[in-house]
Design a protein around this ligand. Structure first.
Ligand SMILES: Cc1cc2nc3c(=O)[nH]c(=O)nc-3n(C[C@H](O)[C@H](O)[C@H](O)COP(=O)(O)O)c2cc1C
Length: 233
């Protein structure tokens, strides 16, 4: 079969199944991911595009005892009500139309977990699970240079992060892109020895998914194409 740069006539791309099958995983098995597998995912992900091929990303892979140390301290600071300024600004207030979708996700997650909306303790436990990284045996922390326009750096980070998630999915490894993983940049900076001149952009929790867990199974929603595509001819 003729192949130019991997494009093959009549070749049915598994990529489509990977794109539709990837989903955020919110409970992981304790099983470690072999280092070689993580390495292979991150090595292949470098083929993601970036502005001017600048490849401005830098990743820190946190596993084992140091990850447990991070998990515990991150959880403790959340329970104690501590908040920290993130390296990359995060939205606190969402415009109405987006807030609706955000709220809908929250509602689906709570319903899936049989939690009533007014059950504040159960809701807090859900957030606590996030600070504990859903039990992931690995987090990959993505950093950007501090002297680059954040907007475009985050664009490039988004491209490679999705590539990482798809490559992981391809190997049966689940991921959850997590803003909550980087809510305490000082702690991460200390544990990972991240220099001051780099900004911590986002974390990816990674591990083998617990497929029986309800939050790894609920039906996800997406807007209809008519809501986000305008045709002009
Ligand atoms: C930038 C970014 C930050 C996210 N942060 C979190 C997070 O802190 N906690 C979480 O549970 N999910 C987080 N997610 C996952 C989203 O909630 C998820 O991608 C979205 O609901 C779509 O669901 P899906 O990934 O299962 O298709 C984040 C996703 C992105 C892209």
């Amino acid at each position: 079969m003729a192949s130019i740069n991997g494009y093959q006539k009549g070749y049915k791309m598994e990529l489509r199944a990977a794109i539709e099958g990837r989903r955020s995983i919110r409970k992981f098995k304790a099983k470690e991911i072999p280092r070689e597998t993580i390495r292979d995912i991150l090595a292949k992900a470098r083929w993601a595009p970036s502005w001017g091929n600048t490849q401005l990303w830098e990743f820190y892979v946190l596993t084992g005892k140091r990850l447990d140390e991070f998990r515990e301290a991150n959880h403790r600071s959340f329970v104690d009500g501590q908040t920290f300024p993130p390296d990359v600004p995060m939205h606190e207030v969402w415009p109405e139309r987006l807030k609706e979708r955000y709220g809908e996700l929250g509602k689906i997650m709570l319903t899936t977990m049989n939690v009533k909306r007014d059950d504040k303790d159960a809701r807090k436990r859900l957030y606590e699970d996030m600070t504990l990284l859903f039990g992931a045996p690995c987090i990959v922390v993505a950093c950007i240079p501090g002297d680059i326009l954040v907007e475009y750096a985050m664009f490039d980070i988004g491209l490679i992060v999705q590539t990482i998630c798809l490559l992981a999915h391809d190997r049966g490894i689940g991921t959850c892109i997590m803003a909550m993983a980087v809510r305490n940049p000082g702690l991460l900076r200390r544990i990972l020895s991240i220099p001051e001149h780099r900004k911590i952009a986002i974390g990816i929790a990674m591990g083998y998914p617990d497929l029986d867990f309800p939050l790894n199974n609920f039906a996800r929603k997406r807007a209809d194409i008519s809501e986000y595509v305008k045709w002009v001819q």
